[in-house]
Write a protein that binds this ligand. Sequence first.
Ligand code: ATP
Ligand code: MG
Length: 752
Amino acid sequence: MQISPQSEHPWLAGLNEAQSEAVRSLSGPVLVLSGAGTGKTRVLTSRLAELVATGTAKPWNILAVTFTNKAAREMKMRVSAMVGPMAEQVWLGTFHALAARMLRRHAELVGLRSDFTILDMDDQNRVLKQLMEADDIDSKRWPVRLLGGVIQRWKDRGLTPDKVGTAEAGDLANGRLRQLYEAYQARLLALNAVDFGDLLLHMLTVLQNHPDVLAEYHDRITHIMVDEYQDTNVAQYLWLRLLTGSERNLCCVGDDDQSIYGWRGAEVGNILKFESDFPGARIVRLEENYRSTGHILAAASGIIARNETRLGKTLYTGAGDGEKLRVNGYWDGADEARAVSAEIEGMQAAGDDLSQIAVLVRAGFQTREFEERFIAIGLPYRVVGTRFYERAEIRDAIAYMRLITQPADDLAFERIINVPKRGLGTASIQAIHVQARASDKPLLAAAIDLVGSDELRPAARNALGSFCQDIRRWREMSGSLPHTELARMVLDESGYTAMWQANRSPEAEGRLENLTELVNAMQDFDSLQGFLEHISLVMDGDAESEQGEVMLMTLHSAKGLEFDTVFLPGWEEGIFPSQRTIDENGAVGLEEERRLAYVGITRARKRISLSFAGSRRIHGQWQSSIPSRFVQELPPETVIEDIAQGLGGGIPFGRAAQAQLAGGGAFGDTPRSGYGPGWRRMAARQMGAQQGKADQDHFLPTGKNEGFVAGDRVFHQKFGMGNVIHVDGDKLEIAFDKAGHKKVVAGFVSKP
Ligand code: ATP
Ligand code: MG
């Protein structure tokens, strides 16, 4: 299979025949359509080197759209080894980065200056909100983020305001969304600003309306290469088609099974119609997977085979079967995080490189539990994407807590004084600063002074007055109220939660989940001070580690990457597949989730440890969960059947469990309900072992108040026996025999 090992072009050494064909096909349209780990990205990096080495193209003649930094680095390195600093002249980067670079050269053609600003989401929404107010569009009825989201999707489809059909906008924003979009674009131009979608959209306009510019690019860019082509949206597709000259030297690589950005406008159809778009295209299929061992590949193939809308491919590996996948069930999320961390520690002790270990989760908020555990045991890690405590909503919430405990915390004051909006504009805030400087007091104290004066206009004075009063009241309550209750109350009463509830954008839900997760995290601390101290340590502990770091990220951001060992926690119905995706997109959504599972499994070279927990705190409530349907879809022969000595206290996913999963067992008639009781028994067995009790089935937190009334005698795992003295929904006030009065959630206690 291997050809030209002695080639003078080292990047050709070791390529298989099909790869080599793709690398050496330097002219005309080429599509490499093949499964994960078959060397698509490697083909692209080798092909770039080949283009330059053979003199087919100069570095500045090549445009390469990459997805991972690693691929971009590798390309640059290979080319600079050949041509030195000229390598810098390859048009190399993501779609957005490349479009931005072009747009700076032609900004004036769309009415911008070349030093335009790229706005972030907050800024975008602020602009849109102002326009809505000016146009009397009710932002309660039509949340800014919802409308902003629709506008972004139009941009993804290459639609400028004049191209949006009347039917498209429907009755959104009282039927005025198209006009709003137009006004929004005009406003951004006036601000000399663009949003993310504009980078491509404006470049489309430039290329479509200015044949001279297009001709200049056709002269200059003779070869185009694109990685992860299955995830391009329409605007990106149109941009590529425009830039592709009459020679049609376009080489795209991708995998329809890894299309995971449909929710953000990606069109898997782009890759499927490549052949009809570019008649005579050379289609290369790669079938040998060089990344993973046999069982991993078989597991991934087994799962993805369940999707109906796919081309279907064969994949094989010469690497041997390797280890089977380990599947563990855990008592709860904390238990899962503990076990995963313990396993990683073991690998670290055995000398494994931590940077070759990744923990991949479905949703951003799931990283929190792992981060905490890693910090607690001092395991170096890196979160790809934003760290939990660095997210805007978490910082806002913490700013409230900080100001309550520390009235002199000016940074916290500044952060939240007008979040949510209280009508305190720049003038009021300036006045507070002036007073603070004059009296040498912290901002909050200065604000209190101002409220007692006539410095501010009445509306601002009232708003500021009630804010200061709220802070004082919460501060007083912090003495008596449990800190988690206080946090919930502050987030509610300040209007902060409502602010996110009112906005229907995709991120809003994630932000609310994060806030709930924050309150969950507080439950593990005795006091607010304890928690805040912990947070500041977490925030300070961000220094780059010299040794390797465990990688922690979402499945989406792991695309294109590879690791020796991959942990896939949280494989539970509702989390993965995500309930929201299924609710919103039905079978199509489920197939996209399944592709994510395929992406996750195929990131691993040697080892996969997959897990689910029997219960989790979701939206602040304990919920018992059942294993993901994807667990059941794993071909049984790829999974370790019995790991009785499960690591870190994991529950063996043994023969009994397999039988449960396979047939629904004796406990239920549908496969899904079949997990339930059997699963509970497994969890209970583990609890029994831990606590020396025979049957603790009923200790499984359920998130429901199972009919507790005042006077009930109950048992709590941490606080022991006690009497219920007050019931408020699922919250119980209990006088414990030893632990005193506590407020607990009903799911945590049981009747003995
Ligand atoms: P994905 O679909 O996940 O993006 P991919 O198809 O882009 O995967 P690569 O990342 O290019 O695959 O390659 C997967 C791994 O296999 C890499 O470590 C790569 O170096 C290695 N590899 C690719 N081709 C060969 C080959 N011919 N011989 C040895 N190793 C190879
Ligand atoms: Mg790749």
